[in-house]
Write a protein that binds this ligand. Sequence first.
Ligand SMILES: *Cc1c(COP(=O)(O)O)cnc(C)c1O
Length: 430
Amino acid sequence: MRILNSMTGKNLSERDKKHLWHPLTQHKTAAPNIGIAKAKGALLWDEDGKEYIDGIASWYSTMYGHGNTTIVKAITEQMQQLDFVMFSGFTHEPAIKLSEELVKILPDNQSKIFFNDNGSTAVEAAIKMALQYHHNIGEKRDTLIAFEDGFHGDTFGAMSASGLSSYNGPFEDFLLKVERIPVPKVDTIESVLAQLETIIQNNNCAAFVFEPLVQGAAGMKFHSAKGLSLLIEKCNEKGIICIADEIMTGFGKTGKNFASEYLDHKPDIMCLSKALTAGMFPLSITSCSQKIFDRFLSDEVSKGFFHAHTFSAHPLGCVAALSGIELLLSKDITENRQKIEHLHRRFLKDIQGHPKVGEARSIGVILAVDLNIEIARYGNTRDQLYQFFMKRGVVLRPLGNTIYVLPPYIITDTQLHKIYGAIKELLETL
Ligand SMILES: *Cc1c(COP(=O)(O)O)cnc(C)c1O
């Protein structure tokens, strides 16, 4: 183990700079990356032993806490039994069991589970399924419908469906054809519906891709469940496939297991990742209704879905997901989720009306506070906000002028109050 144990005398933060290229980072101006040495529960420790509360559950994935012993045990046992095998021509208990358990908690119409290995590829597979669904009966449909400011990932299909930003701007000329509509708010439902109808009349629409109820990367922006249901109903009438990207909202974030449960009309396809495996393993799922699956059944081989990732249905990811679902449905986690919801609402009451607070909102364990200050999404002030919290041992990643908290379900009251305290302190210093 000489390679793993070699010591260079430099710390992680310095060694990092030599060969590593980080995501979402302008390396010319970015502060050095912090070396994280250890994580447990809601806490992270850097290489100097400084403690941080992971206030956004490492991009809303480690919802049952870092190093959750139940999940670690399940993965360890699975490794010794069957580490990995291809999922073409082979199947295994963890994948089968996971499909059985997921179908029980997903909206009623979801009946088939397709595996990928990250969020973007779950969306990519969903879009390809929708396009081929039409192609398989010779229908020419080439346009996607998506919400403005959505985020669906960084592969080409997923980028196309995402709102244009500095992330996908350089690739604009290479994206799929997309028509965008604003999210429906309680008082804009009719006008958004009208815009959708115009788009449907003027294009051959294949699919409607959306983050249900909460747009995560847009800054935890909420919209109307009733409005979204009406948009889905309209798409259903026109044979347009509805794809719910629940990569952020899935597994209890919004108070229900899935945000789609708030809708009167269910999506045809759903994308799941992030908390799916509790942050323990990269894995994602594109689930769909029987109607979608059946369109791929044919004596012609080419009408099947020829899309695969090497690590599809990785057994370690599947058992992590199974343990995650068990925890999600457990009494302890359910009670703690309700407690977080309650504390969020109390905190909102506390800060609403503060001159530096614009719109503040919460749903389930998601809390978001828009600050009454103008700042760029990845500009200096945003970095100062980030550093402000880091200095106080709290990891939050403000999105533009929105501060959001999306804590792991196992966070303690004390830890949550420390996060609230840091936000209040910030409001006083702005
Ligand atoms: C994170 C995220 C994705 C992309 O997932 P990756 O695993 O980062 O590729 C897609 N959609 C939503 C809503 C997300 O939050």
